[in-house]
Design a protein around this ligand. Structure first.
Ligand SMILES: *[C@@H]1O[C@H](CO)[C@@H](O)[C@H](O)[C@H]1NC(C)=O
Ligand SMILES: *[C@@H]1O[C@H](CO)[C@@H](O)[C@H](O)[C@H]1NC(C)=O
Ligand SMILES: *[C@@H]1O[C@H](CO)[C@@H](O)[C@H](O)[C@H]1NC(C)=O
Ligand SMILES: *[C@@H]1O[C@H](CO)[C@@H](O)[C@H](O)[C@H]1NC(C)=O
Ligand SMILES: *[C@@H]1O[C@H](CO)[C@@H](O)[C@H](O)[C@H]1NC(C)=O
Length: 668
């Protein structure tokens, strides 16, 4: 029992020793971890330690270095035995930095003593006097990566069969025959990529075949020589098989990753490619720290630059982003790009800021050809209704009257609408009326402006294709052109806010002091425009705002105060003291017309057509008195607004949205 066990152990040990110390072919090395005992290494040759099995390195990046790796024991061919062999190996040649190397060779030699060999272009096998004489006794399959013209090299990337001489007996540029493509495909030896090499020798025929790692052995060899007598070359039937490599003044890393060898092609074992060691690029290792740092830095810079470019792109995209919809196609010519407006106003700069109206900020802009425009930015939340609004502005463009500020076009962005109109160099009328630091306008000029505006409003109400209600007549919306002619601007703006017919759900819009009482209940009409125009007349004649909360109670409300003056038979005293030369009669006519238009009852007001007749003096005013019904009576709205809203008299910015419920409740 124990005897049997001991015997079995001895047999196992013998088997182990045999497999460890003998390299009887066939054998296959998928890596060289277990090959150390079977190989004779010298020079720079060593087996690199690597997890899972390392490669065999013939040379590293050292100048004038040789490396040999041969089977410890020579292979003896019995006299009866044909001399043949088949081998398959995978090698990798890596350039060291900028330089290439000389290459390596598979060698069949009578000895492993290469002390006479020179490094450099002789692969660690030959020397300068190796001239093919039989004293050298070496067959080499060279993988040559340097062009040596004195050795009759065909290129710096070729494979050759050398017999006792570095001058190849037969050579070809490195390539393989692709069975699939039916042609030769070039292979770069010094690429660092693993390359498979097959060397088959049988009956004086030596075939050398090459292929990249993932390619099956090609059916056609790269080199095939039929006149190789190996026994004559090595002068005997005992020969050493192995690899040799050398560096000279140029160097490379030379690796054998796997090796399979057999005396016959039939018994050649295949290399398991998946188990081959990986070759790391030592030239990278050498400069790893700085190059890694440099790489990281470069990547970082590239990343930053890309980020910046992307950011800039997104910023510009966002900056100039617009909203464009299908239905706007028809309005193409009226559409301004946001970019052009942005540039025209120098990015809506403070220097171009003209003022703040009830509906948005106005900027001066200079389009190409030095055309000056006014750009109004209206922030607008609701998307719905915009379509109708844009349609209306477009329609308004067809309105042509010399006393209207021409609308040129529009642009739409998210939550924003931009209206482009002609630039009025002299600004709005309210500054001339209420701002006492500015030169005041003489009476005759004011009358001209009143006539202009009356005619423009009459045009909107009657002559345009459809009735257009302005909705926000006031001095602040009357612009003065270069010749100080009055131009009515901003029409249609309030429309944007009080869409819909139901007055209980819609916010009425306008400016306190100019809003007719029925505006809340009935909505806007030509009548409400006439009311506001009446208040505007009083403003122009009296040079003050309709409501001035800082003034004493009797003077606070313009309408009641003018009417009081009339009651006291001193109507003309209500006038602006800065009128210059004026006709009392004319001033009184304008004041009376203002009161008539601002009649509390809509039916008591004249039409704009009639107003035009009155201001032009073509028609006499109807008979009415300060105590006539509706004359000089404040709208309940104006009264109710004052205490709670504490309007500042100095602020011209008293446009507001008055919701129906609030005002209606107070009004009662
Ligand atoms: C190359 O190998 C030799 C020994 O063969 C060693 O002394 C040298 O340090 C190695 N050089 C590099 C760069 O690995
Ligand atoms: C090679 O060189 C040897 C001397 O080193 C000489 O005897 C021989 O004739 C030469 N052979 C050829 C083919 O040049
Ligand atoms: C060249 O190598 C051969 C052996 O291969 C040797 O006999 C000879 O002396 C060497 N010549 C020189 C110059 O080293
Ligand atoms: C080998 O390649 C080189 C260029 O790499 C070329 O000039 C030469 O003609 C090629 N030789 C053969 C035989 O194809
Ligand atoms: C060498 O290649 C030729 C051509 O493909 C082939 O006929 C021959 O059998 C091959 N010989 C060996 C030993 O592989």
């Amino acid at each position: 029992m124990t005897k049997g066990l001991v015997l079995r152990m001895v047999l196992m040990i013998c088997y182990f020793l045999r497999s460890s110390f003998q390299q009887e072919p066939p054998f296959v090395y998928n890596n060289f971890d277990q090959a150390g005992n079977n190989l004779h290494l010298d020079g720079g040759a060593r087996i690199l330690p690597q997890h899972g099995g390392g490669p065999l390195q013939l040379t590293n990046a050292t100048l004038r270095q040789m490396g040999h790796a041969f089977l410890q024991q020579p292979i003896d061919y019995k006299p009866s035995e044909p001399v043949s062999f088949s081998t398959h190996f995978v090698c990798a040649l890596l350039p060291a930095g900028e330089t290439s190397g000389h290459g390596m060779a598979f060698v069949v030699s009578h000895s492993t003593d290469f002390t006479h060999a020179e490094p450099t272009r002789f692969f660690g096998i030959f020397n300068t006097s190796s001239n093919g004489s039989t004293s050298t006794r070496v067959l080499a399959i060279e993988l040559d990566t340097a062009l040596a013209p004195e050795l009759k090299d065909i290129s710096d990337n070729h494979v050759g069969i050398d017999v006792n001489s570095p001058v190849s007996k037969l050579s070809a540029n490195a390539s393989y025959f692709s069975d699939r493509e039916g042609r030769n495909i070039d292979v770069k030896l010094l690429s660092g990529d693993p390359i498979q090499v097959w060397v088959d020798y049988q009956g004086n025929t030596l075939n050398v075949t090459l292929a990249p790692l993932k390619v099956q052995k090609p059916s056609r060899p790269l080199l095939s020589s039929t006149s190789i007598d190996l026994t004559e070359i090595v002068q005997g039937r005992r020969m050493f098989f192995g690899f040799s490599g050398a560096t000279g003044s140029i160097m490379s890393y030379q690796y054998i990753l796997g090796w399979s060898f057999s005396k016959t092609m039939a018994s050649l074992q295949s290399i398991d490619i998946s188990k081959l060691p990986k070759v790391h690029h030592p030239s990278n290792n050498k400069h790893q720290a700085p190059s890694l740092a440099l790489d990281a830095l470069l990547s970082l810079i590239a990343f930053l630059v890309l980020g910046l470019l992307f950011g800039a792109y997104m910023y510009r995209r966002n900056l100039y982003a617009e909203v464009r919809e299908e239905w706007e196609k028809d309005y193409g010519p009226l559409r301004y790009s946001y970019k052009s407006l942005y540039k025209a106003t120098k990015g809506f700069s403070k220097n171009e800021f003209l003022g703040r109206g009830g509906f948005g900020e106005v900027y001066r802009g200079t389009l190409s050809k030095s055309r000056e425009v006014a750009v109004k930015r209206v922030s607008h939340d609701g998307e719905e209704g915009t379509k109708q609004f844009v349609a209306e502005i477009v329609c308004m463009r067809s309105l042509k009257h010399r006393s209207l500020v021409p609308l040129l076009g529009y642009c739409r962005r998210k939550r924003e609408l931009l209206l482009v109109s002609e630039y009025m160099p002299n600004g709005s009328l309210d500054h001339y009326l209420f701002d006492h630091s500015k030169t005041s306008l003489p009476w005759w000029r004011r009358v001209m402006i009143v006539k202009d505006i009356a005619s423009a409003l009459s045009y909107l109400h009657t002559e345009a294709d459809q009735v257009v209600i302005h909705r926000d007549i006031k001095a602040a919306n009357v612009m003065l052109d270069a010749e100080l002619n009055g131009r009515l601007g901003d029409f249609g703006m309030s429309r944007l806010y009080d869409r819909g017919a139901d007055p209980t759900t819609t916010a009425a819009v306008g400016t306190v002091g100019y809003m007719a009482p029925e505006l809340i209940t009935m909505g806007p009409s030509t009548g409400t425009d006439v009311y506001a125009f009446g208040v505007f007349l009083l403003e122009v004649a009296c040079g003050r705002r309709p409501v001035e909360s800082t003034l004493s109670a009797e003077k606070r409300f313009l309408i009641t105060w003018v009417c009081d003056c009339w009651r006291r038979s001193c109507l003309v005293d209500a006038r602006d003291p800065r009128l210059g030369e004026f006709s009392v009669q004319e001033v009184e006519r304008v004041l009376k017309l203002g009161l008539l238009c601002a009649n509390l009852a809509p039916e008591g007001r004249p039409s704009m057509e009639q107003v035009v007749q009155y201001v032009n003096g073509n028609m006499d005013l109807p008979e009415f008195w300060p105590h006539s019904p509706g004359i000089g009576v404040l709208t309940p709205m104006a009264v109710s607004q004052i205490p709670s809203l504490s309007l500042s008299s100095s602020s011209g910015n008293n446009s507001m949205f008055v919701t129906h419920s609030v005002v209606y409740g107070r009004g009662r």
